[in-house]
Ligand binder design. Structure first.
Ligand code: FE
Length: 321
């Protein structure tokens, strides 16, 4: 077992803040088209959740000048684990300090990854309590299934662009304790194109992919889970009927075996509707490494991913200040 995977101080991805220059239209996309629930609003931000999320909120939309990712939050495994990770991040020079926490969360430690993405760690979390009209008939469900739009169950993972994938992957392994699941390494081991990692059994909750345009702190995509592949096909119909641009899919990745559908939400951010994939339970998992030839088109079947999939990220380099 690698010593990195043995840290076990982070339990799971807690939430993603997405920045949008089109707050009303982005809200329409996530609430009405994808079927997420609005739970809170404060200042420039609206807080949402998937019907299967335990926490009060797992997704935050914030009005901003340009699209991109805001703060990415991770839930620590315990109060002691939070203190341990905060101390390690501070010692590494990446810490930014403590706050009282965002909506639904207790004391939080802010930090940045080496590429500059904003992140936070917290332990105390407010579990969702559904209002009467959203209460499930079953006591083990946090909310009833509303059947609105795509009906995404939960926030699953995100992929960040990084100027130096290796440095950011090492940060996630060594400071956050994530287990490395799969990698794409081109040119006889000289260039790390992408690395997929997780703090738990979900195949990946964080990926870093090479920022070919030399940007920093950019977002490749956020990903929302549906329970089966038929739901991904249905999502493609719903997105098309609502005039949403579909960039790729529905199809299946070779890496992760994820069944994907990529669209751009009205603010410009790439959003994946995702299912399938596989779980990893082994403590001694050995990373699967794909070379350029094995990686191929990035897909398991059918048409290759379009050129935009490799290049487009938010904010665009021109918009990045
Ligand atoms: Fe993904």
């Amino acid at each position: 077992m690698s010593e990195h995977a043995a840290i076990h101080d982070i339990a799971h991805l807690g939430g993603i803040e997405l920045l949008t220059p089109e707050p009303e239209r982005s809200l329409w996309y996530f609430r009405d088209v994808l079927g997420m629930e609005v739970v809170h609003a404060a200042g420039p931000s609206v807080y949402l959740r998937g019907y299967g999320d335990r926490a009060a909120s797992t997704f935050k939309l914030t009005h901003a000048d340009a699209p991109g990712v805001g703060c990415i939050s991770w839930r620590a495994a315990s109060a002691a684990a939070l203190e341990r990770r905060a101390a390690a991040l501070m010692a590494a020079g990446l810490g930014e300090g403590w706050s009282n926490g965002d909506f639904g969360r207790g004391r939080s430690f802010r930090f940045r990854d080496p590429d500059g993405h904003s992140m936070a760690l917290y332990y105390e979390e407010l579990a969702y309590e559904a209002p009467t009209e959203l209460r499930s008939a079953l006591k083990n469900q946090p909310q009833r299934y509303t059947g609105r739009g795509v009906g995404v169950r939960r926030t699953d993972h995100l992929a960040l662009m990084a100027h130096d994938v290796s440095a950011n992957r090492r940060f996630a392994q060594e400071l956050l304790g994530f287990q490395l699941r799969e990698q794409v390494i081109f040119d006889d081991g000289r260039q790390e194109i992408g690395s997929w990692m997780s703090p738990n059994a979900i195949h990946h909750q964080l990926a870093y992919v090479a920022d070919l345009d030399g940007g920093h702190g950019r977002l490749h995509h956020v990903s929302l889970w549906v329970d089966n592949r038929e739901d991904v096909l249905r999502a493609a119909d719903i997105l098309t009927e609502n005039g949403i641009f579909i960039e790729a899919g529905p199809s299946k990745h070779n890496n992760s075996q994820g069944f994907y559908l990529y669209s751009y939400e009205p603010g410009g951010n790439r959003v994946e509707i995702y299912s399938g994939s596989y779980l990893v339970l082994a403590p001694d998992w050995q990373p699967v490494i794909w070379n350029e030839q094995e990686r191929g088109s990035g897909t398991y079947w059918g048409a290759p991913l379009p050129e935009t999939f490799l290049k487009y990220a938010t904010p665009t380099v021109a918009a990045k200040k």
